[in-house]
Design a protein around this ligand. Structure first.
Ligand SMILES: Cc1cc2nc3c(=O)[nH]c(=O)nc-3n(C[C@H](O)[C@H](O)[C@H](O)COP(=O)(O)O)c2cc1C
Length: 307
């Protein structure tokens, strides 16, 4: 008998649907699948109000945990053969709910010496967040054996518009009837079961050594070099912005609210003005960076962590 635990959190239900489809091939007499849905003591709103959406930035980026509801004793006292950890990215960082959960003593207990597969459902910027996740799992002495990242496949600027609309309205619909649907496509969500079939084979053999290679053959991850570059640069700037906003007082302070607003304008400027310029520079220097790009592609597709 194998025991698998699925840990998940999702505001819209998208990530929950993805992990459910991934585990569907595992349901058999020989495998017991348990679920833990992360619940915040103070839930985040969905749909978001603009002020809360941007206001969540400093604490998300600085990975400051908040209170989560405890895990059930049945789960806590069990030893799992595999944990599937579904998470979304907020501001290039694992979301506050997932980060808060990973900071609990419960998480420490169940993740220690346990194989883990991370499942990401996000817009498209997950690379550096996964590096943060790799480090966190290493600190928890968990053993990362696989990663699946499902993203919005539309071009970057289109997905910025459609996801923002989705987050503010709560409706995963075609904006104005002309934009594509936001988020991970229904086709990719429906086909996520293919990863479960791969997983099943490795779980039965009790050998996860080549799991990530098998996932990669099934397109579990697609690395886009320009997004890697943007993600790294934006992390440097986000760290300065997060410190600046934090220094302006607590969440109720007017000064902080002013700087959060300013940050929201800066984000628009960065997305619509800076990013296209960086993209042109990226294209111009592409041939000189091919070696680095190839190396990055291998590393960021893998479950290895190099500090
Ligand atoms: C506050 C906030 C910030 C986000 N930042 C990012 C980001 O940096 N990169 C990204 O790819 N997606 C980002 N997203 C999209 C989420 O990763 C995710 O796709 C979306 O919230 C739907 O997830 P759900 O399963 O919780 O509904 C962000 C979403 C929110 C709410």
């Amino acid at each position: 008998m194998k025991n698998v635990l699925v840990i998940h959190y999702s505001q819209s239900g998208q990530l929950t649907e993805i992990v459910n489809n991934i585990v569907s091939p595992l349901t058999s007499d020989a495998i017991q699948v348990d679920y833990h849905e992360i619940k915040m003591e103070q839930p985040f709103p969905f749909p978001w109000k603009e002020k809360d959406f941007y206001g969540a930035f400093p604490e998300t980026y600085q990975q400051i945990p908040q209170k989560v509801k405890p895990i059930s004793l049945d789960i806590l006292n069990k030893k799992y053969d595999l944990i599937i950890l579904g998470y979304q990215i907020w501001y290039l960082t694992p979301s506050i709910p997932i980060n808060s959960f990973l900071n609990t003593t419960d998480a420490k207990k169940i993740l220690k010496n346990t194989p883990v597969i991370t499942v990401i459902g996000c817009r498209n910027m997950w690379i550096m967040a996964q590096e943060k996740m790799k480090k966190k799992l290493l600190d928890l002495e968990a053993n990362l054996v696989g990663n699946i990242a499902l993203v919005d496949r539309h071009i970057n600027h289109i997905s910025v518009i459609t996801i923002a609309k989705w987050m503010m309205t709560g409706k995963k619909e075609r904006y104005l009837g002309i934009f594509p649907k936001p988020g991970v496509s229904q086709k990719d969500i429906d086909e996520a079961g293919k990863f479960g079939s791969i997983l099943l084979k490795h779980l039965k053999e009790n050998n996860f050594n080549n799991l990530q290679d098998a996932f990669l053959h099934a397109n579990a991850v697609k690395i886009k070099p320009f997004l890697v570059l943007t993600d790294k640069r934006a992390n440097i700037l986000f760290s300065k912005w997060a410190n600046l906003i934090q220094s302006k007082g607590n969440k109720n302070s007017k000064k902080r609210a002013f700087w959060v607003k300013f940050f929201s304008y800066y984000l628009l400027f960065a997305i619509w003005i800076i990013a296209p310029i960086v993209f042109i520079l990226f294209l111009l220097t592409y041939v000189f960076s091919i070696h680095k790009i190839k190396k990055d592609r291998v590393y960021y597709s893998s479950v290895k962590y190099i500090e």
